[in-house]
Design a protein around this ligand. Structure first.
Ligand code: ADP
Ligand code: ZN
Ligand code: ZN
Length: 823
């Protein structure tokens, strides 16, 4: 290798708080830049993809520096303040920059020895492949996902990563995404003219004439020409195989003949892909007078403040206002980022936004195949094609040239917070950091603000704009609380449905209107129990009981995914017939089917939305009236906009109100108010039935009167009294180990180190409600510090203590992590 002239510090996607120095071979010196990807060796056998953080001339002393292995792209894949942003997040959320990198980049941009790859079935080999590329493809021919480490062995190429890199760029390889790949993406077969005929209309006519004796074939061709608008559109429309056969009324055998003649050809595509659709563009809607006033007020507030909260009723037209702001933003040549908490929402919104912004809209979320995420990333770096990005929390990591606006819709949603692994960031708060780095404004929107945000409005840090009329002056729904305890005592209610809920659902169905039923628990029943001896099935790996999933006939652990069959008799005492306690969405579905056998029913929860298209399917079916009743968990509460929902049923309000969490009331208020807001958005006034054992409960009363301020004030008093956020900041310190006594003494030892500094502010050690997950025992410490205290000082103390703690050899294997602002 040629002489070395300079060095780079490289960031690797690892939980280590350091970067690594490599030398740069001479031929790369002129091209390498900060923000470029590099492939580098680490240890003796492993290769990683890293990011160049710094170029310098300081030769490290004390060890021999290795050269970087290769430079896969010509240009940086990070632009603007991205690297700086990662550093800020790592520092705030107490993790390594490498962990942020790992969360930020799609898998295809961070290949490493453990990455699994497979052959893409869409790729066709041609002569341009190099010999080593062919070797790699041959080694993958079995179709099994193979790690790069194994691939290296099987292909006989020592450093296989750069070859894989090349093959990925040619579209020959796919990153295999573990579990997700087992949910086969939905594909659709399409038919098109082969290239010869597409470009030669004369030839096409000749063929039609020649085939005139074969009537059926002509029918297929005619149907295709018609469906594709071939002679009318410069770009023919896509024609699905099924539509073609339906339209022409022929069999696929006839189609096959045409394919064999090389006139038509089949191609398969995953539906819903990023490809440019021919969606009708519509004009941006005119705002109502109140919406206009709100828009003006927001812009006014942006003159003074960088963050503004739009507190608007459900269905007041917040989304319309966002659209207007985005439109202005992109007209000024800048990009807009529109964050939503849930994939389900991107589905509905992307249609709505696409109609206005057409192909300027890019959508980004984790259910998209990795190749598409990489494609969007690269396009953002290289082109100005996408000016509006709609996405879930990870889209804050996308490469933006110049952001002009960030919108965080449903800002109160806890799904903006990443729980595990690090970085345990909150996308709303991270978005504020990102906005400040781009020198731009953020609009938060919701009908039920988080206490944190509302306090910031109260004390003048954020602007506040209120929109307290529903669009078209639609009335807020009528909310009725039903006393289930009373009804059960009087033996009037024997199922999960109170008579009034049954009645209202029946009325809605009779009037061809739709119903949403909400229960924040999936599965059939959370507890299965032997009536004779009290035996309850527990997870082998976690300290938690298994949830019954009747549909799959399994008992499942919601923490680690462990499954076992449902026993017919009690394994402890042999008594047959185990009874269930509590209920989840599956059980509701079962009862609804029995109560309303004619109704068309769909269920939306984690179990029914594992694949990318299942969301779209469920939402589209409900939107287009193909389903009458939608049953779901919190997924159905968020911002979805359906026109014909008349009745919303909240099956069990007590379950959420009674959770052992200081935020239980806040969450319950938000969930109930939000799910109620799904009803009566167009047409008649909606009805909401809340089933509870205590209709006098204060939170329920606030939901009924839609009184956010009353709720806010009461809740803030409680938070203040017990020093909870937003009056304090919380850092949770988590300890994890396979041995119970080790983890206990570890948490205690750490607590002893910091208690002299923090005193009463430190709580614990305690075991969390689920104290063992996946065979690891857990212990937690909770640190509550005043919001005025210096966050960086607190963190220094915690890190110093951690270093001292790790000096103890028995604690070295204990995993310690920090969760800043846990939710
Ligand atoms: P929110 O986001 O506050 O829940 P949306 O923006 O979804 O409210 O508005 C609710 C419904 O009313 C949507 O179907 C939307 O299309 C319609 N709507 C709201 N404002 C307007 C407007 N100015 N012109 C036309 N339709 C509107
Ligand atoms: Zn038993
Ligand atoms: Zn488990």
């Amino acid at each position: 290798m040629s002489a070395v002239t300079s060095f780079v510090d490289v960031l690797l996607p690892l939980p280590l708080n350091q970067s690594y120095t490599y030398s740069v071979p001479e031929d790369l010196v002129s091209t390498i830049q900060v923000g470029c990807r590099v492939i580098v060796p680490l240890g003796t056998r492993k290769l990683y993809t890293g990011i160049v953080m710094e170029l310098h001339e300081r030769k490290p002393i004390g060890y021999s520096v290795k050269p970087i292995y290769s430079l896969p792209d010509e240009n940086p894949i990070l632009i603007g303040p991205q690297l700086e942003f990662w550093k800020r997040l790592a520092s705030y959320y107490m993790c390594s920059v490498g962990e942020v990198m790992k969360a930020a980049l799609p898998s295809g941009l961070k290949l490493e020895s453990e990455t699994l790859v497979t052959l893409s079935d869409e790729f066709e080999q041609d002569e341009s492949l190099k010999e080593r590329e062919i070797k790699v493809l041959d080694a993958l021919i079995s179709g099994k996902p193979t790690s790069l480490m194994d691939l290296s062995k099987n292909s006989g190429i020592a450093n296989v990563l750069p070859v894989v890199q090349e093959l990925m760029q040619k579209g020959a390889l796919l990153i295999s995404e573990g579990l997700r790949s087992s949910f086969k993406a939905k594909t659709k077969a399409y038919i098109r003219l082969t290239e010869t005929y597409r470009n030669n209309h004369e030839l096409l006519k000749t063929v039609m004439d020649e085939a005139s004796r074969a009537k059926k074939q002509v029918e297929v061709l005619m149907a295709w020409l018609e469906l594709s608008s071939f002679f009318r559109e410069p770009q023919p429309l896509e024609v699905g195989k099924k539509e073609l056969l339906d339209r022409s009324g022929t069999s696929s055998a006839v189609l096959q003949v045409l394919c064999n003649k090389n006139i038509l050809e089949t191609y398969v595509r995953e539906i819903g892909r990023l490809t440019q659709s021919k969606e009708e563009q519509t004009e941006i809607s005119t705002l109502s007078k109140m919406q206009k006033e709100a828009l003006t007020a927001i812009k006014e507030s942006f003159k003074e403040q960088s963050v503004c909260l739009l507190h608007g009723l459900t269905s007041s037209g917040k989304t319309e206002i966002y659209i207007h702001l985005i439109e202005e933003c992109i007209r000024s040549g800048k990009q807009a980022l529109y964050l939503v908490p849930e994939i389900a929402l991107t589905t509905q919104l992307s249609d709505r936004l696409k109609r206005v912004f057409g192909n300027k809209l890019g959508v980004y979320h984790s259910k998209f195949p990795d190749a598409e995420r990489v494609e969007l990333w690269n396009k953002l770096v290289q082109t100005q094609e996408y000016q509006v990005i709609l996405g879930v929390r990870s889209s804050i990591f996308l490469p933006f040239h110049s952001l002009g606006l960030i919108i965080v819709d449903e800002e109160h949603e806890s799904s903006f917070k990443q729980q595990d692994p690090a970085p345990r960031y909150h996308a709303r708060n991270a978005a504020l950091i990102l906005a400040s780095m781009h020198g731009t404004k953020t609009l938060l929107g919701t009908a039920t603000p988080s206490l944190e945000t509302y306090l910031n409005c109260q004390n003048g840090k954020f602007g506040l704009v209120e929109l307290f009329a529903r669009h078209h002056e639609m009335a807020m729904p009528e909310i009725i609380a039903v006393n289930t305890k009373e009804l059960r005592r009087k033996k009037i209610m024997k199922t999960l449905f109170s008579p009034i809920l049954t009645e209202k659902v029946g009325e809605a169905l009779a009037a061809n209107e739709q119903v949403i039923l909400f229960q924040n628990r999936r599965g059939y029943a959370p507890i299965l129990e032997c009536k004779a001896c009290g035996w309850v099935p527990k997870c082998d790996r976690c300290d938690v009981s298994l949830t019954l999933h009747k549909y799959h006939k399994k008992l499942t652990c919601h923490y680690c995914g462990f499954e076992r069959d449902v026993p017919q008799t009690c394994p402890a005492c042999g008594t047959p017939g185990l009874s269930t306690h509590g209920f989840g969405t599956e059980q509701i579905e079962e009862e609804v089917r029995a109560l309303f056998p004619k109704a068309r029913i769909a269920r939306m929860d984690t179990d029914t939305t594992k694949s990318r298209h299942s969301y779209e399917q469920i939402i589209h079916d409900f939107e287009s009236g193909k389903t009458d009743i939608l049953i779901g968990t919190q997924m159905v509460t968020k911002g979805l906009d359906f026109d014909h929902v008349r009745v919303v049923g909240i099956l069990n309000a007590d379950q959420m109100l009674n959770l052992p969490d200081f935020r239980a009331y806040e969450r319950s208020f938000q969930l109930m108010a939000q799910v109620s807001g799904r009803s009566g958005r167009k047409g008649k006034r909606g009805k909401v039935i809340i089933q509870t054992s205590d209709p006098e409960q204060v939170v329920i009363k606030d939901v009924i009167t839609n009184d956010f301020k009353s709720f806010y004030e009461r809740e803030m008093l409680m938070r203040k009294q017990f020093s909870y956020p937003p009056f304090t900041r919380i850092v949770q310190i988590r300890f994890k180990h396979k041995d119970l006594s080790t983890v206990r003494s570890a948490a205690q030892a750490y607590a002893n180190l910091i208690r002299p500094v923090f005193g009463q502010r430190l709580l614990g050690p305690d075991q969390p409600p689920v104290s063992r997950i996946n065979n690891y025992y857990l212990q937690h410490l909770l640190l509550k510090v005043e919001t005025e205290a210096s966050a960086s000082k607190v963190k220094d103390i915690l890190y110093d203590a951690l270093a001292a703690f790790k000096e103890e050899s028995i604690f070295r294997a204990v995993q310690v992590s920090f969760d800043v602002d846990p939710l």
